[in-house]
Design a protein. Structure first.
Length: 236
């Protein structure tokens, strides 16, 4: 399994001017890596929210009066109660969908919107656990506690080079090497285009109740001709 140390070694090797222990301290490298790693999970959530998907039953919190947002949620995709979808309505229009169960979000807590079908909490801690809502969401990465911590299995190691190049760019910017920055950015962008394209078509042929098959998980952000070196005039 890949660790941050593996990424540090590869990023430092991108330039002879990257002197280990001088260009950045181990603490600085780890903090920078964590920001980079999290950023690519954020990008994935925008393109394909199911790719780093997670489910979690969140019990009703008596003290808050609602269901707290999962701490590791980057983007909440769906909320259910006993396999029935819960609609999320605007906090300033709680009756926007009065004929289906609904909640609204305020201060990272979801509250029943107050309509007859909306979910409600209980006054008993034991009962409130049974009345949890099931959250489906695109998650943030697990905490990276140290440079020796293995990256979680959900991260596709095929795209480790994205992490390497982004870190190398940051080091080159810090050391004021604009020529290297430009070269590294070109490489990074090529890998980013591949990553986004993969997210778009990672799972195809998803069938809908209408009989239609959803061929892509999201609208197209990345034309395939952009994946070729120097681009291409061929429409793909």
């Amino acid at each position: 399994m890949t660790t941050p140390n593996d990424i540090f070694t590869a990023a430092l090797a991108k330039s002879r001017k990257n002197q280990p222990g001088i260009i950045a301290t181990p603490t600085e490298l780890l903090a920078t890596f964590i920001r980079i790693y999290s950023m690519f999970w954020t990008i994935a959530a925008r393109v394909n929210p199911t790719f780093f998907g997670k489910q979690l039953v969140v019990p009703f919190d008596i003290n808050l009066g609602g269901w707290p947002r999962p701490e590791d949620a980057e983007s909440i995709y769906l909320i259910e109660d006993d396999l029935e979808e819960i609609t999320v309505v605007p906090f300033d229009e709680k009756d926007a969908d009065p004929f289906t169960p609904a909640v609204y979000e305020w201060g990272q807590v979801f509250y029943g919107a107050g309509n007859p079908l909306d979910p409600v909490g209980t006054e008993s801690i034991a009962e409130s656990v049974e009345e949890g809502l099931l959250f489906w969401y695109s998650k943030e990465p697990d905490e990276v506690a140290s440079a020796a911590t293995a990256l979680e299995a959900l991260w596709p190691e095929t795209f480790n080079e994205l992490l390497v190049l982004e870190l190398a760019i940051i080091l080159a910017i810090k050391d004021e090497r604009p020529t290297e920055v430009g070269q590294l950015k070109e490489e990074r962008d090529a890998w980013l285009r591949r990553f986004i394209a993969h997210l778009e078509h990672a799972t195809t042929g998803v069938s809908r109740s209408t009989g239609a098959a959803q061929r892509y998980t999201a609208q197209s952000y990345m034309p395939l001709n952009a994946l070729l070196a120097g681009g291409s005039s061929v429409e793909l």
